[in-house]
Write a protein that binds this ligand. Structure first.
Ligand code: LMR
Length: 333
């Protein structure tokens, strides 16, 4: 009898563990690959890592976020196609990099559109700004939120004080027609190149300059190979976190709700970092002595505005005059 009981309980234990392992197999965690091109200690890098931690805390083994920084997995030229193929689930390309999917996001590239990040926040949180998150759904991409990096500065191999100083120089740009037009307005030569190539292009003097934020100029060491940086604040470099509609809408509802909440918290965190980094990294560059920071007088700045702003007209039809007006109006608190 004793033996029979022992055998029975052994059988029960075996059955229970087989059941448990079957369950574990059935509930393989969902893997979210988050691919980006910048360094980890940047607003986007810190946001992505924060999101990964929050998801680990809150969704335990139901969801695993893997973050791939520094173009390790995909550059921004490939990541959106890869997303549609299901090879990556989250990315946050600069708003300049969606032109193949929508005309409207080109809005954010218009030079001298926003005076500061507060204005950008007001517009992005407005009805018109939020509607843009859905502007690529027909193309299979869903916008989940905005993230700041900050205002762009111009770096070059020679001092840029007035627009004429940029004449004939080669500048790397992101893949955006507005940015192309902006440099054409300066009679400069824009070249669309991936972010991962910028340092080498500058170092080998294949190009003369580029435009980027303090955080990117510092973290990718552009300031070490660019003796001059003009504090122009002429444009915005912000991001949209995107996923494929198929992946995102296919998630179990409770998981999607938790992920959305974790993402929103991470974006708020990243936006705070963006503001801090712009100041911190500018300071570190100034202290390095490797690059001279040129501060424009109001008269000099007015000249840049005068030369670059006509670009708005060129893109008014494509972007929509109403949308441009709504964004510009956000400069008024
Ligand atoms: C660039 O290509 O200059 C930026 O979009 C990189 C980034 O993601 O900040």
């Amino acid at each position: 009898m004793k033996q029979t009981l022992a055998a029975l309980s052994l059988a029960a234990v075996t059955a229970a563990s087989t059941f448990a392992s079957g369950l574990a197999q059935a509930a393989e965690p969902i893997v979210i690959k988050f691919s980006h091109v910048v360094a980890e200690n940047t607003p986007k890098g810190r946001m992505a890592n924060h999101f990964k931690e929050l998801v680990a805390e809150r969704l335990g083994d139901r969801v695993v976020v893997e973050v791939y920084p520094n173009s390790q997995l995909f550059g921004d030229d490939k990541v959106l196609e890869a997303m549609q193929l299901g090879d990556v689930q989250l990315a946050a390309p600069a708003l300049s990099k969606f032109s193949r999917y929508t005309d409207q996001l080109a809005l954010f590239d218009l030079p001298f559109l926003f005076e500061d990040l507060d204005a950008v926040d007001r517009f992005q949180q407005s009805e018109a700004g939020q509607a843009l998150l859905g502007s690529m759904e027909k193309r299979g991409l869903i916008g989940l939120g905005y993230l700041h990096n900050g205002m762009k500065q111009l770096s070059a191999s020679q001092p840029l004080r007035v627009p004429d100083d940029a004449k004939g120089l080669k500048f790397r740009i992101m893949a955006s027609e507005v940015l192309e037009a902006q440099f054409h307005a300066l009679d400069a030569a824009p070249l669309k190149k991936p972010f991962s190539e910028v340092f080498t292009l500058l170092q080998t003097k294949a190009i003369d300059g580029q435009e980027n934020t303090w955080s990117n100029i510092y973290s990718k060491k552009f300031f070490e190979v660019q003796p001059y940086i003009t504090e122009s604040n002429h444009g915005l470099l912000d991001y949209m976190v995107v996923s494929s509609t198929e992946f995102w809408n296919g998630l179990p509802e409770d998981v999607r709700t938790e992920l959305k909440a974790a993402l929103e918290e991470s974006l708020a965190y990243g936006n705070q970092i963006a503001r801090e980094k712009a100041e911190e990294d500018r300071k570190k560059i100034a202290e390095s002595g490797r690059s001279e920071i040129i501060v424009l007088s109001p008269e000099q700045r007015a000249q840049w505005v005068q030369v670059m702003k006509p670009v708005w007209k060129e893109f008014e039809e494509e972007i929509g005059a109403e949308l441009i007006d709504a964004a510009y109006a956000a400069n008024q608190p």
